[in-house]
Design a protein around this ligand. Structure first.
Ligand code: FES
Length: 75
């Protein structure tokens, strides 16, 4: 997870090595997700939502995927 100002992002690497930036903010809404190395999922500590490395919901209560993050270069 990386932090840019007040925003937190996940930057998972796909099996082919591709990096994609996602918001680390759960869509249920609000808590910061944490990565579970054993399950290879992003998990929300607040109510238990889980997301795969592409941000898709694997377990509710969240119904929306993690949002894409746009990481602009810093000055
Ligand atoms: S805020 Fe993440 S599951 Fe509720």
């Amino acid at each position: 997870m990386i932090r840019r100002g007040a925003r937190h992002h996940t930057v998972p690497r796909d099996n082919d090595g591709t990096l994609s930036a996602l918001s680390a903010r759960c869509t249920h809404p609000g808590c910061l997700v944490r990565f579970n190395d054993t399950e290879s999922t992003w998990e929300c500590p607040c109510h238990g939502s889980r997301f795969d490395t592409s941000g898709s919901v694997r377990q509710s209560p969240a119904t929306q995927p993690l949002k894409p993050a746009h990481l602009a270069p810093t000055e």
